[in-house]
Write a protein that binds this ligand. Sequence first.
Ligand SMILES: Cc1cc2nc3c(=O)[nH]c(=O)nc-3n(C[C@H](O)[C@H](O)[C@H](O)COP(=O)(O)OP(=O)(O)OC[C@H]3O[C@@H](n4cnc5c(N)ncnc54)[C@H](O)[C@@H]3O)c2cc1C
Length: 414
Amino acid sequence: MMADAPQAIDYDIIIAGGGMIGTSFALALAPLGLRMAVVEAVARAAAKQPSFDERSTALSRSSQRMFTAMGLWDDIEAAATPIRSIHVSEKGRFGFAHIDADEQGVEALGYVVINRVLGGVLQAALDQQENIDVLCPARISAVKSDDEKSVVCVDQGGSNRELSCRLLVAADGERSSVRDMLGISATCSDYGQHAVVGNVLPEKAPANRAYERFTESGPLAMLPIANGRAAFVWSVQSSEVENILALDDASFTAKLQEGFGLRLGRFSKVGARAAYPLGLSKANGLVVRRGVLIGNAAHGLHPVAAQGFNLGLRDVAALSDCIADTRINGGVDPGSAAVLEDYASWRRADQGKLVHFTDGIVRLFGSRIPAVRTLRNIGMLGFDLIPGVRTLFAKHTMGLAGKLPRLSRGVPLT
Ligand SMILES: Cc1cc2nc3c(=O)[nH]c(=O)nc-3n(C[C@H](O)[C@H](O)[C@H](O)COP(=O)(O)OP(=O)(O)OC[C@H]3O[C@@H](n4cnc5c(N)ncnc54)[C@H](O)[C@@H]3O)c2cc1C
């Protein structure tokens, strides 16, 4: 429910950040009937909304199952494009690899959806929830925690007020200030790259195939979207990004074509472009007294493997599971030390693995050492020729590896 001013000052859970992950978490937990508030800094209609913007996101199978279990998939699917195969190659080299949905026995490996469209579905569902207050635009500016509660200072329209909760969930993104306020540090590094994103009309429709091409400047992904168009995510050196964004449509299209090649024929009708700085971040802890991190506040990945949001949704599913379990067992406190420890020990391995995996790909394909280049071509060929390797990789890509929480398996929380 959108609220001009909060209806109550004491909540079970306050969620800092109403972006892709904060909104998903509020909706995942809604069936438990807890009293929640979502505090989001940027107005929904703002052109610069940082989460629900014009980017395209590839949703994994586990994310699709999760939205199905939450009763939201039909609305998302109406605007999503299935990915039935993935083709990986390196510019100027002989090796390539592919993964196919039929071979994996699934209808689709994943789905592409525009963030703004996903946001429309999630926010409409949030507005239907009687037990959730949405404070937007409003910013969390200070946090105090003790054994019983967290108290947050919320700045809404220039006036400050205090709200308290039994659990404060930081879902305020990679540069999370709430993470800092909770006293959790993070290790961050800069790849020296920006992702330039937009969409283009290729001569040949992508036909439900996603492409990942490694170029000299960095990885270039082409994702199938509606009307025969393709959404690109192109990693370029940060020193070049301003010049690339300044190119007119024809010059930009020619440069993109040079990077991607002619696999989809000639490109035309390129849309507006935007750029995002790329870094790696990992929080040095996931929980403190009455506080927890989820999504990019816990881990920010390079988009090379399209895993950041999917990984964050598994945080959402696991934390929801831990809170639901305590209620099933008669517990009433969603922020107890036991709940938070369960969550932290469950999520460490998956998060650590994905951080190393995406960082490893960026470094492996960024290397110009000839021996490394040869090895990765052989690696790609081996990957393509050995079906068992493909299946294992596909399982990870689809978010189906390891111990999965209820929602990620498609099982409703209650
Ligand atoms: C170019 C690019 C392509 C990507 N493609 C994919 C993909 O294909 N698949 C995939 O899985 N992932 C992808 N990702 C990653 C994905 O976008 C992120 O993982 C996801 O956006 C994280 O969501 P979040 O809600 O945690 O953080 P964010 O999206 O950063 O949202 C944080 C929210 O918190 C709000 N906020 C900040 N501070 C405060 C405060 N103090 N008080 C209140 N609110 C606050 C912000 O306004 C924002 O709305 C991509 C990322 C990039 C950059």
